[in-house]
Design a protein around this ligand. Structure first.
Ligand code: ADP
Ligand code: MG
Length: 339
């Protein structure tokens, strides 16, 4: 019998990888905006058409790429952010897998324009379904602009699976908020179908939250703060009397990354014990800083799940910190405001 095992061609391997990284337009938004953050941008502009189904453009004023790097960026496992597996335990960047651009370019029409400070001219690359169509010199400002058009053009099943524009837009807003709530010093702009949806100037955390969720949020916020050897806690919880029927704004950020954690959520709920009206949900914006070697974020391609070394200690520190803050701010027990 002859040998039958072959290596998959790049465009096929990339398309398979893309299935994990890119589920919907919001995934592309997340990856591109995170890249802009990693590039040190102070201004990031997101331009969308039809909730990203026809256009997702991210323009930043970050450090840009050289001509060669711009081409390399689309290779699978090509990254400037880590060089060894040990680096995974000292991560300072959002990215590290070197997969996003290769995946996106495998399933969309992508255009990249970029220039570094040292270069007089920039470079302009067009890639469609992993295939390099052209690379030319161009006149552009310092920074990077990615345009992603016709997402899933070559995977009809995926394209048809996309939800309504409203639903896909909501998903994009979620991803956008998760990044904007961490990087308050970055000016973010979002434009959808020609309308400006967000314009968030560089500011402090409280003001950023207010700019995202509206001026009425300000009076609801109770600051939290604690510093121990295993974790630094900061951010805000919403006063219990403003808790909502719908599970609204609840955010955990660990080392500047949005994460989901049912376990830590439970710690917050435990801190609110006796203060919430039945079936209402507290708002929270909780920022945890832990030593980079005490968590593993490489559990899932989208990196929203993390593994902590000492989850139980985090739980009790979080619970007591919030309890303490709610007490300090003289939050009344339920009966007092059920008039
Ligand atoms: P990762 O972010 O995991 O490194 P990506 O596929 O997202 O992988 O990006 C590949 C590389 O392309 C990055 O490591 C970075 O060097 C470069 N890059 C991507 N986006 C930008 C950007 N907006 N500005 C500068 N460099 C970028
Ligand atoms: Mg990336």
């Amino acid at each position: 019998m002859s040998d039958i095992i072959r290596l998959l061609p790049d465009h096929v391997a990339n398309q398979i990888a893309a299935g994990e990284v890119v589920q919907r337009p919001a995934s592309v938004v997340k990856e591109l905006v995170e890249n802009s953050v990693d590039a040190g941008a102070t201004e990031i502009k997101l331009v969308l058409k039809e909730a990203g189904k026809t256009l997702i453009q991210v323009i930043d004023n970050g450090k840009g790429m050289t001509d060669t790097d711009a081409r390399m960026a689309f290779e699978r496992h090509a990254t400037s952010k880590i060089t060894s597996a040990e680096d995974l335990f000292a991560l300072q960047t959002k990215g590290f897998r070197g997969e996003a651009l290769a995946s996106i370019a495998a399933i969309a029409h992508v255009e990249l324009k970029t220039r570094t400070e040292a270069a007089e001219f920039g470079t302009h690359i067009v890639i469609e379904g992993t295939k390099l169509i052209s690379q030319e010199m161009t006149v552009v400002p310092i920074g990077t602009s990615f345009s992603v058009k016709n997402l899933f053009f070559n995977i009809p099943a995926r394209r048809n699976f996309l939800k309504s524009t409203n639903v896909e837009f909501r998903n994009i807003v979620d991803e956008f908020e998760r990044i904007a709530l961490v990087h308050c010093n970055i000016h973010f702009i979002m434009i959808h179908n020609g309308n400006e949806v967000y314009n968030l100037p560089s500011t402090n955390l409280r003001q950023r939250i207010v700019n995202v969720f509206g001026s009425r949020t300000n009076e609801k916020l109770v600051p939290i703060k604690e510093s121990t050897e295993i974790v630094e806690v900061s951010g805000f919880v919403g006063k219990p009397e403003f808790a909502k029927k719908s599970r609204g704004e609840q955010f955990f950020f660990v080392n500047d990354r949005f994460v989901k954690s049912g376990y830590l959520h439970h710690a917050v709920i435990a801190a609110f014990e006796g203060l919430l009206k039945e079936s209402t949900h507290p708002t929270y914006f909780i920022y945890l800083k832990v030593p980079t070697n005490s968590i593993d974020i490489n559990i899932h391609p989208t990196k929203t799940e993390v593994k902590f070394d000492d989850e139980q200690a985090l739980y009790s520190i979080l619970r007591s910190t919030i309890k303490h803050s709610l007490g300090q701010f003289n939050v009344a027990p339920v009966l007092d405001f059920q008039r």
